[in-house]
Design a binder for this molecule. Structure first.
Ligand SMILES: Nc1ncnc2c1ncn2[C@@H]1O[C@H](COP(=O)(O)OP(=O)(O)OP(=O)(O)O)[C@@H](O)[C@H]1O
Ligand code: SF4
Ligand SMILES: [Mg+2]
Length: 378
């Protein structure tokens, strides 16, 4: 990796949300309308993909956004990068309200917010050379770096661990991991201050996931670039993100600094997510976590449950959970900035609970087949 590329370095990384705020999201909402009826189509409902999300990302900070498939992570990322128009809420970037900014209004900050996509196969144009792919954001934004665009592209290729001589090659000549490095180089070409990385390693072999995460971590730390790192489990973000937000069915259910969330999770869903990460064992934390698996399907975001959206899968649900939506608040005893949305939170511990909660019936059936018997607590 090149060390000779000079890019602005900021010392903004912090463990707390009190750092200088780069991005602030308040009550962010995206409802996709559903149309039906014949012969005249009209709106018959809405997919409540994102429903009142509050989130901040500090300058140079890395925040992880975690949750199961379909909970609204990508939609949140696309709203923040303004690839989608929000239904409601507010997005403030560097003190500027960009919620509904037009293309022209947003142009000055648009280059500062970049996105890295999940699929390195479909996100690169197969007919363009790597040089053209990485260069095009500079062309679109009329940016002429010192020494020219080609020089900058070669520097970026070196920076992400690729051979600068491969400037004229096409995406199909690269492996998945290398393609994702090309995506990283493209995102870096405009010296961004915020990168939304949407499951950037999920499509890669496990063996190369760590390499790409390490590259992103180097980028984040050395260049002071803030990250919103989207992942569906906590394993990937646990080394990368200083703060974590857990999302369920369009809402943030728990947010806090990494240590507080890992060592003192309060929301039952966070407990379940943590227990689904077999290798999560924090040094000096005693025995391995019990495994909890969420039973039942994620409810439809078209008709989310009343009150707490997690209640249909929660082992602690009571009547109140169906009638009152739990606010996202700091529970007593929790560190500043550690917020939880639950009426009956778990104890702030990672110790095993008595009962075993099976969260995935399909997985249970598979394990039963494999083991020839019921699933035991690990
Ligand atoms: N353009 C769209 N029109 C209608 N519904 C949509 C659209 N995009 C997403 N959705 C729905 O919004 C919900 C959230 O989708 P989203 O892609 O944000 O989830 P995700 O958390 O990124 O999931 P995954 O982990 O599978 O990527 C899903 O129910 C999805 O079907
Ligand atoms: S509010 Fe109720 S249903 Fe929701 S997570 Fe807490 S205990 Fe479970
Ligand atoms: Mg997604």
């Amino acid at each position: 990796m090149s060390d000779n590329l000079t890019l602005p370095t900021q010392q903004g990384s912090t463990d707390t949300p009190s750092a200088e705020t780069l991005l602030q999201v308040e009550g962010l909402t995206k409802h996709f309308p559903i149309y039906g009826g014949f012969p005249i189509k009209r709106k018959v409902g809405a997919v409540q993909a994102v429903d009142g999300v509050d989130l901040t990302v500090g300058v140079g900070e890395s925040v992880g956004l975690v949750g199961e498939s379909g909970c609204g992570k990508s939609t949140t990322g696309r709203l923040i990068t303004r690839l989608l128009e929000p239904t409601g809420g507010k997005i403030t970037y560097a003190g500027q309200d960009i919620t509904h900014a037009s293309r022209r209004q947003i142009a000055p900050v648009r280059s500062e917010i970049q996105m890295i996509f999940q699929d390195p196969y479909s996100s690169l144009n197969p007919r363009q050379t790597v040089g053209t792919i990485i260069k095009s954001p500079m062309e679109v934004n009329g940016i002429d770096p010192p020494g020219g665009r080609e020089k900058k592209v070669r520097e970026l290729l070196e920076l992400v661990g690729l051979n600068p001589e491969h400037y004229n090659r096409f995406p199909h000549e690269f492996s998945g991991g290398q393609r994702q490095r090309i995506g990283v180089a493209r995102a870096l070409s405009l010296n961004p201050k915020l990168i939304v990385a949407d499951e950037p390693v999920s499509a890669l072999d496990v063996s190369i996931q760590a390499q790409v995460v390490n590259l992103l971590q180097k980028v984040q730390e050395e260049m002071g670039i803030a990250f919103l790192f989207i992942a569906h489990d906590l394993a990937v973000v646990r080394h990368f993100s200083q703060r974590l937000a857990v999302m369920y069915l369009g809402k943030i259910v728990e947010v806090g600094d990494r240590d507080s969330l890992y060592n003192r999770p309060r929301h039952p869903y966070t407990h379940a997510l943590l227990s689904a990460v077999p290798e999560v064992e924090i040094e000096g934390e005693g025995p391995a976590r019990e495994r909890i698996r969420l039973s039942g399907d994620v409810p439809s975001p078209i008709h989310p449950p009343s009150g707490c959206r997690f209640r249909t899968r929660c082992w602690k649900a009571q009547d109140k959970c169906a009638t009152e939506e739990p606010p996202l608040v700091q529970l007593s005893g929790n560190r500043a900035g550690h917020l939880t949305a639950c009426h009956f939170p778990e104890d702030p511990t990672t110790e095993a609970r008595d009962e075993d909660v099976i969260l995935d019936p399909a997985l249970k059936a598979l394990e039963n087949d494999a083991e020839g018997g019921p699933v035991d607590k690990k």
